[in-house]
Ligand binder design. Structure first.
Ligand SMILES: Cc1ncc(COP(=O)(O)O)c(C=O)c1O
Length: 372
């Protein structure tokens, strides 16, 4: 049985008519870059998150970068984040000319460990970027409390956490801003590149709106150096449709995660993901931890089961970050996770039969190992 890592075709199939109609509307109204479809999606997404505003941008990297810029973060500033994230988190900080400062993650939740913040604080620290990795929100209350105590901004990287909750609050809405990616494979994915920032701060909203459009609050009146980071109309029209199905899709992901957890019960060599008591995880990624990761990965590939590693090299050990001066051993939890993580197929249309099969194939490898 073939099991893909992700099956977007199956996800889109029942909605094709709706997508076609929506795209035709965009074509007929010539609203390709920004415009009414983007404005409508911004309203809908802000309402969904329970935030005052959403600002549509070109992708999740833009969302992070423009938010940091709009908050005035720049040369000489330090921004605390985690080493086990997608590279974009750190690119955005670096592209503001600020310096990323890493702290290790909690070994159960894989998200920023608030106990590590104090030791990374300097006079130059300006912001914290917690990452809601794999769809589980970071432990936000102690992070927000720390930020308040030292006057720091909190920018949530919610690129993997559409609809996730922390103590009943939606991911992305607790800090000064929340940054989302709508890359096609995300829980809420476009038909190309797109992203958004959510915030309750009208001034921040205005700044990001200007920055995403060449620094122009009015056409051909440029008040600052911006960039071209607009969301396009077709992506917004598609996202408006898909947003209506996000909760249903997240529920299915949660159900599948439970089914995987049950299938792995009693197999001590496989550590299944942990949902913190404060969290409503939305399982953008279902990652197990297994010491024989590479053998399992090979075996799954032979069985035509799609799997992935998020992420094999922690950011502080990436070549591009060598100038930051970190060495192996600096963040033992993140480094260990990079060696053990294995992401299994996860998408709403996955069947129970497929889940059982994947779990059985994983167990075949660790079972043999256990006997040796
Ligand atoms: C944690 C995280 N941050 C930022 C991004 C960047 O988003 P995008 O690919 O839309 O630029 C991603 C996307 O993969 C992500 O997973």
């Amino acid at each position: 049985m073939k099991v893909p890592f992700l099956d977007l075709k199956a996800h889109h199939a029942p909605l094709l008519e709706k997508f076609n109609r929506a795209i035709r509307e965009v074509i007929e109204s010539n609203a390709f870059a920004g415009g009414p479809f983007v404005e409508r999606f911004e309203k809908e997404f802000a309402a969904y998150c329970g935030s005052k505003y959403a600002i549509g941008v070109g992708n999740g990297t833009d969302a992070l970068w423009l938010t940091l810029l709009a908050l005035g973060i720049g040369e000489g500033d330090e921004v605390i984040t985690v080493p086990n994230t997608f590279f974009a988190t750190v690119e955005a900080i670096t592209y503001c000319r600020a310096q990323p400062v890493f702290v290790d993650v909690h070994q159960d939740t894989f998200t920023l460990d608030p106990a590590e913040l104090e030791s990374s604080l300097t006079e130059r620290t300006k912001a914290i970027v917690p990452v809601h990795l794999f769809g589980q929100p970071a432990d936000m209350d102690p992070i927000l409390e720390f930020a308040r105590a030292y006057g720091l901004f909190v920018i949530e990287d919610a690129a993997q956490a559409h609809g996730a909750e922390y103590k009943g609050r939606k991911a992305g809405t607790m800090g000064d801003a929340g940054c989302f990616s709508f890359y096609p494979g995300k829980n809420l994915g476009a038909f190309g590149e797109a992203g958004a920032v959510v915030t309750n701060d009208p001034e921040l909203r205005k700044q990001i709106q200007v920055l995403r459009d060449h620094g122009q609050p009015r056409k051909y009146c440029h008040t600052s150096m911006g960039w071209n980071c607009r969301m396009d109309g077709i992506q917004a029209a598609v996202l408006s449709i898909k947003l209506r199905y996000l909760d249903e899709a997240n529920l299915l992901r949660r159900k599948h995660a439970l089914e995987y957890n049950q299938a792995f019960e009693g197999i001590n060599e496989v550590r299944t993901p942990f949902e913190a008591r404060y969290a409503r995880h939305v399982y953008h990624i279902y990652a197990i931890r297994v010491q024989e990761r590479d053998e399992v990965r090979r075996h799954l590939a032979e069985k035509e089961i799609g799997c992935a590693v998020h992420y094999p090299i922690p950011i502080h050990l990436q070549e591009a970050c060598r100038n930051l001066g970190y060495t192996a051993g600096a963040f033992p939890v993140a480094e260990n996770l990079a060696e053990e993580f294995l992401s299994l197929p996860m998408f709403p249309e996955l069947t129970e039969e497929q889940i059982e099969y994947v779990a059985r194939c994983v167990s075949e490898v660790v079972g043999v190992e256990a006997l040796v």
